[in-house]
Design a protein around this ligand. Structure first.
Ligand code: IPM
Ligand code: MG
Length: 367
C-alpha cells in the first residue's frame, strides 16, 4: 500500500532522530511491500527563521493532506527570549489545536535489558508497562483568559483551566477503550479536592464508567499519583488526565524506562476505532530538542523510531509492521548496543545513525 507521511523534523536533535525513523520506515516498506511518501515541512524555531511564524500555513496544509505526521522536536536557546512575540512551542501547540489532536498516548514500558540504566532500584521498575493518556488540546494550556497585565500596584497574570463536558468525555472514553484492550484498569488523575474543573472531570468519568463495567476505575489526586509513580509504578495500567498534569507526570514516568530517549508518543484526532484502533495522528518522541547535542550523532533515536511504530499501528493500521519495529528495537538492545544516554559498562556504544542502521537491519531480518 501507499501512504503519505508529513515529516516535521523541527529543531535541535529533531532532524537527527527523524532521519533514523525514516530509515526504519523505508526498511519496513521494503520488507512488507509498502511505499511511504515523505514530504518535509517546517515547524518551531526553524519555521520562525524561515517564515516568521512557528506554524506556517504550508506546513499545516501538508499535515492535513497526509495520512500521518512524524515530528522531531521544537525549541532552543536561540528563540528562548521570554518577551519574544512568537516561540517555537507555539508551533507545536497550534499544530495540536488545529489538527484537533486531543488524545496524547504516552506508553512507558520498562525494557528489562535497561533495568540498570534507571536511577531507581531495579526492583521498583521491573515490569513497568503503563500508558498515560494526556488531554492535549484544552485545560490549563489553552483556557482563556490567558494574559499578563499591569495594575497600579504591580503586574498580574492569569491562566485558566477550562474544560467542557464534551472535551472531558472524549478523552475519558479513549482511556476506557484502551484499558479494555490492556489490563482493564483505569486511573483517572485530577485535583478534585481543590479544582472545579477536576470535579466536573470526576463526575463525567463516573457517568461513562457505567458503560464499561469490566474496567476497574479509580480516581487519584495528581499529587498522590506523582508519589505513587515512583513508589509503586507497577500499580498502574492506564492513566487518563488533564493536559498540564499529563505533561508533568509523563516526564516523571519517563524515568521509569531509563531514559527519556526511549519514550514515544502518539497524538490522535479521534477515539481509536473499536475494531481497527485507527485514527489520524501525529507522532513524536517525548524528549525535547536537546540543542546542546544537536547534530553530534549522540541523540538516542529509539523514541522516534518507536513513535514511527505507533504511527504504523494507529494511523496506517499496519499492526504487523508496527510489531516488527518494536521487536527490532528490542533485538538491538538485547544485542548490547547502547546510545550514550543508556550506556552502561560492558555494552557497545553507538551513535544516532549507528543505532538507526542497526534497527533498520533488524527490521529487514524479521521473519
Ligand atoms: C511536551 C512538551 C510540550 C508540552 C512543550 C514543548 C510545549 O513539554 O510535549 O510534553 O508541554 O506539551
Ligand atoms: Mg512535556
Amino acid at each position: 500500500m501507499k501512504f503519505k507521511i508529513a515529516v516535521l523534523p523541527g529543531d535541535g536533535v529533531g532532524p537527527d532522530v527523524v532521519k533514523e525513523a525514516q530509515r526504519v520506515l523505508d526498511e519496513v516498506g521494503k520488507r512488507f511491500g509498502h511505499r511511504f511518501d515523505f514530504s518535509t515541512g517546517h515547524v518551531g524555531g526553524i519555521a520562525i527563521d524561515k517564515y516568521g511564524e512557528a506554524l506556517p500555513e504550508p506546513t499545516l496544509a501538508l499535515c492535513r493532506r497526509s495520512d500521518a505526521v512524524l515530528l522531531g522536536a521544537v525549541g532552543g536557546p536561540k528563540w528562548d527570549d521570554p518577551t519574544a512575540k512568537v516561540r517555537p512551542e507555539d508551533g507545536l501547540l497550534a499544530l495540536r489545536k488545529e489538527l484537533d489532536l486531543f488524545a496524547n498516548l504516552r506508553p512507558v514500558k520498562m525494557f528489562k535489558v535497561l533495568e540498570n540504566s534507571t536511577s531507581l532500584k531495579p526492583a521498583v521498575v521491573r515490569g513497568v508497562d503503563l500508558l498515560v493518556i494526556r488531554e492535549l488540546t484544552s485545560g490549563l494550556y489553552f483556557g482563556k483568559p490567558k494574559q499578563q497585565w499591569t495594575t497600579a500596584i504591580g503586574r498580574r497574570a492569569v491562566d485558566s483551566m477550562y474544560y467542557t463536558e464534551q472535551e472531558i468525555e472524549r478523552i475519558v472514553r479513549v482511556g476506557f477503550e484502551l484499558a479494555m484492550i490492556r489490563r482493564r484498569k483505569l486511573t483517572s488523575v485530577d485535583k478534585a479536592n481543590v479544582l472545579e474543573s477536576s470535579r466536573l472531570w470526576r463526575q463525567i468519568t463516573a457517568e461513562i464508567a457505567v458503560e464499561y463495567p469490566r474496567v476497574k476505575l479509580d480516581n487519584m489526586l495528581v499529587d498522590a499519583c506523582a508519589m505513587r509513580l515512583i513508589q509503586n509504578p507497577i500499580y498502574f495500567d492506564v492513566i487518563v488526565t488533564e493536559n498540564t498534569f499529563g505533561d508533568i507526570l509523563t516526564d516523571e514516568a519517563s524515568m521509569l524506562a531509563g531514559s527519556m530517549g526511549m519514550l514515544p508518543s502518539a497524538s490522535l484526532a479521534g477515539i481509536p476505532d473499536k475494531k481497527t484502533l485507527q485514527a489520524f495522528g501525529l507522532y513524536e518522541p517525548i524528549h525535547g530538542s536537546a540543542p546542546d547535542i544537536a547534530g553530534m550523532d549522540i541523540a538516542n533515536p529509539v523514541a522516534t523510531i518507536l513513535s514511527a511504530g505507533m504511527l504504523l499501528h494507529y494511523s496506517l493500521g499496519l499492526k504487523q509492521e508496527a510489531a516488527a519495529v518494536e521487536r527490532a528495537v528490542l533485538q538491538v538492545l538485547n544485542s548490547g548496543y547502547r546510545s550514550k544516554d543508556i550506556m552502561t559498562k560492558g555494552m557497545k556504544a553507538v551513535g544516532t545513525a549507528g543505532m538507526g542502521k542497526l534497527i533498520a537491519r533488524a527490521v529487514a531480518e524479521q521473519a
